[in-house]
Design a protein around this ligand. Structure first.
Ligand SMILES: [Zn+2]
Length: 67
């Protein structure tokens, strides 16, 4: 009877990751990694840009009084 093996996960050779934009599998060596394409990268960046607009703090009176 062999000794119990440590429960280490089998090493897997670089599992493909999913593109954050379209969820397609992306190879680690993809030029736009972790995106599947430069287009998806742009889409994601645009999304962040819009998001940062939404979450930015509301304009306060102090901002308007600045001279
Ligand atoms: Zn994609």
């Amino acid at each position: 009877m062999p000794p119990p093996q440590p429960s280490a996960p089998a090493p897997s050779p670089m599992p493909p990751s999913a593109c954050p934009t379209c969820a397609a599998s992306v190879a680690a060596e993809a030029p736009a990694f972790p995106f599947c394409s430069p287009r998806c990268k742009q889409i994601d960046l645009g999304r962040w840009f819009n998001e940062s607009y939404k979450v930015s703090r509301p304009i306060e009176q102090a901002d308007l009084d600045e001279e």
